[in-house]
Design a protein around this ligand. Structure first.
Ligand SMILES: NC(=O)c1ccc[n+]([C@@H]2O[C@H](COP(=O)([O-])OP(=O)(O)OC[C@H]3O[C@@H](n4cnc5c(N)ncnc54)[C@H](OP(=O)(O)O)[C@@H]3O)[C@@H](O)[C@H]2O)c1
Length: 254
């Protein structure tokens, strides 16, 4: 563990810690001394890998199964945090679901897919924040939502995904107002993040377009997202902000 650990004694929840970006975030927070609870929906084996990597590095981590489409499951998860840890300092709303449906294929975007995307990517972060609010308020906590550059400029895996992430960007601002001055709420909006399962589910035209248009000549890595989360949770005067990490796509510069 880092000698000058900045999150020593802090409790963090990272949803989707079985995923590529969630794993990097959980590892980064744990390396800074936080005790980290990761959630997974179906991939317990991948959650175990995250736990092992954290523990091998000297950090402390636990896992909990959460299907965040289910409001009851969300309540159970935060109850577990309350009972096991008694406090919560950092909530990273990272879990999300997507499916590649090209924007012009309107008929393919069915009500069921729309609901699954919006319930997972937008309603759940709100319900998690709502459930965790009283715990987060105790010590001056942080929420970091993981959105997408597709929530700023139309693009990414589907209209539903892009809309859910636009909603998450605005939910960040709304929650920042609602939870001030006790809790800071910020958002990281990645563009394409290389070598992730989610990036691999994007239509090829979208992923290749991102790489071509990035003015820095490269797109983000999972570590870049994790580093920005750490920056937010160690800041005391930043709230309501969304920062895009995409290698500099002109379309997402708003
Ligand atoms: N990768 C990219 O290029 C990229 C770009 C922009 C934004 N993002 C955002 O970054 C975040 C992480 O993405 P990633 O690349 O790490 O994706 P990922 O590897 O596919 O991981 C997604 C995570 O979300 C969890 N999840 C899915 N449905 C869930 C549900 N109903 N309830 C609870 N958890 C659920 C998954 O759990 P199980 O695996 O256990 O089922 C997994 O841990 C997401 O918010 C995504 O939108 C990613």
């Amino acid at each position: 563990m880092n000698e000058s650990a900045s999150l020593k004694g802090k409790i963090s929840v990272v949803t989707g810690g079985s995923g590529d970006i969630g794993r990097a975030i959980a590892k980064r927070l744990a390396l800074e001394g936080s005790d980290v609870l990761i959630t997974y929906a179906g991939a317990e084996d991948r959650a175990e890998v995250t736990l092992k990597e954290i523990r091998d590095a000297g950090g402390s981590a636990h896992s909990f199964k959460l299907d965040q489409r289910d409001p009851k499951d969300i309540e159970n998860t935060i109850d577990y945090v309350r009972n096991e840890f008694g406090s919560l300092d950092i909530l990273v709303n990272n879990a999300a679901w997507n499916i590649g449906i090209p924007f012009p294929e309107l008929e393919q975007l069915t009500p069921d897919i729309w609901d699954r995307v919006l319930e997972t990517n937008l309603r759940a972060p709100f319900l998690l924040a709502r459930a965790a609010a009283s715990l987060l308020k105790i010590g001056g906590g942080h929420i970091v939502n993981i959105s997408s550059a597709g929530g700023i400029a139309p693009g990414s895996s589907s209209i539903a995904y892009s809309s859910s992430k636009a909603g998450l960007n605005h939910l960040t601002r709304c929650l920042a107002v609602a939870m001030a001055p006790d809790v800071a709420v910020n958002c990281v909006a990645p563009g394409l993040v290389e070598d992730t399962r989610m990036a691999n589910r994007l239509p090829k035209a979208v992923s290749e377009g991102s790489k071509r248009q990035a003015i820095l000549g490269k797109v983000g890595q999972v570590e870049d997202i994790a580093e920005q989360v750490l920056t937010f949770v160690t800041s005391s005067s930043v709230t309501g902000q969304t920062i895009v990490i995409d290698g500099g796509l002109p379309a997402a510069m708003r």
